[in-house]
Design a protein around this ligand. Structure first.
Ligand SMILES: NC(=O)c1ccc[n+]([C@@H]2O[C@H](COP(=O)([O-])OP(=O)(O)OC[C@H]3O[C@@H](n4cnc5c(N)ncnc54)[C@H](O)[C@@H]3O)[C@@H](O)[C@H]2O)c1
Length: 358
């Protein structure tokens, strides 16, 4: 292994602890400093994980840092990524890559001009769950894929997140918040998307925060909270996507893929592992032995993958895939609003499979 990738973290909210735990246990990553617009959050994260908290200005000027890990809320992703690039750092954004494709294209153009790299969550697709499913599909476990279903149905993140406002603002909603996991997994499994049709609903105007210091506070709902889409992949496979913050409960499988010779259950794409099951047209369900992906992966393995690449720049949690997924999500919104089928202009290369040895 080479030197660890030296990281500066911007944004020390709820999800930062998952990344900082990963960085604390893998030799591939070293957190140089953490910063947040709210210095108390940076100090809390630094104290909890024995790190150095700095101001944003200090972080931008820190020449030990190679990559900035942007864990701010979606509306800030473009601004933080552009500042990171201007400061000479490559940048890895939490999902969605940016709130809009226009912002994301600006970030990718700035990176190209500066000769720097951009990566993006979700990196769950690099775990053994999605990677094993992909390896099995490519080995013909269910024959040629014909159709898939992807379902995320829950009651809404205001039930557990202390500051859920951003989930109900542009760049949020079940589509932009959870869609990246499901659509990125579908792209890794079935390839890029060519067109979409959709119906979306916003049944409630406000949501009530259920936990934390703001419990009882109402949050305005500015985005659709139940989205159903038909997603046509360039391969000819069609996926049915349901992303909902309006489902009190669900027993639906996260993702199923149906092929000419069998069906496959794919584990939750918001996790890194889980059993892949297949059933031939005749026969019983069997579990596919783990055969690809990073065992024991967790949030941050997108950067571990960068650290293990030869050039410390190229990672499988690629901005190209993230931009395509963002484009697909915007097309879903347009298709629902305009009640028509929308062609997706972008495409992407599906990153290479992660060998099981990692
Ligand atoms: N919470 C989760 O379970 C979860 C899971 C996976 C991914 N994510 C993603 O992670 C990101 C952050 O989510 P979160 O739940 O940690 O949010 P959060 O609101 O808990 O934390 C965001 C932090 O970013 C800081 N921040 C905002 N704008 C900033 C700016 N311009 N400069 C510096 N700091 C800024 C805020 O002060 C805050 O501390 C989002 O993109 C979200 O989609 C969250």
């Amino acid at each position: 292994m080479g030197d660890p990738l030296r990281i500066g973290v911007v944004g020390c909210g709820v999800i930062s602890s998952a990344y900082l735990e990963t960085a604390g246990r893998v030799p591939d990553l070293e957190v140089v400093a953490v910063a947040d617009a709210d210095p108390t959050r940076a100090r809390h994260a630094a104290d909890t994980h024995a790190l150095r908290a700095v101001s944003l200005d200090e972080l931008w000027a820190d020449d030990e840092i190679e990559w900035v890990l942007d864990l701010t809320t979606p509306g800030a992703h473009a601004e933080v990524a552009l500042t990171a690039l201007e400061s000479g750092f490559s940048v890895y954004n939490e999902k969605p890559l940016c709130a809009t494709t226009a912002d994301a294209r600006q970030v990718l153009d700035a990176a190209a001009d500066a000769g720097l790299a951009v990566g993006s969550a979700p990196d769950t697709v690099l775990g053994t769950g999605i990677q094993t499913a992909r390896a099995a599909l490519e080995a013909g476990a269910i024959g040629r894929p014909v159709a898939a279903t992807a379902t995320m149905a829950c009651a809404g993140h205001e039930l557990w997140h202390p500051h859920p406002d951003f989930y109900y603002a542009p760049g949020g909603g079940p589509l932009f918040d959870m869609g990246p996991y499901y659509l990125t997994a579908l792209v890794h499994l079935l390839g890029p998307v060519e067109s979409v049709q959709a119906v979306a609903r916003r049944p409630r105007d406000v949501r009530t925060i259920a936990s934390g210091p703001r419990a009882g506070t109402e949050v305005p709902v500015e985005v659709a909270t139940h989205v159903t889409a038909l997603v046509e992949h360039a391969s000819g496979t069609v996926s049915t996507l349901v992303m909902s913050f309006d489902a009190p409960s669900s027993r639906a499988m996260p993702i199923e893929v149906h092929g000419e010779e069998g069906s496959m259950v794919v584990p939750d794409p918001n996790t890194f592992d889980g059993a892949v099951e297949v059933r031939a047209t005749e026969g019983d369900w069997t579990t596919v032995p783990v055969r690809a992906g990073y065992p024991g992966a967790a949030r941050g393995f997108g950067l571990v993958d960068v650290a293990r690449s030869g050039d410390r720049r190229t990672g499988r949690a690629s901005a190209e895939v993230a931009l395509h997924v963002l484009d697909v999500m915007e097309c879903v919104v347009a298709a629902a609003e305009e009640r028509r089928r929308v062609d997706v202009a972008s495409t992407c290369l599906v990153p290479p499979l992660v060998p099981l040895t990692g």
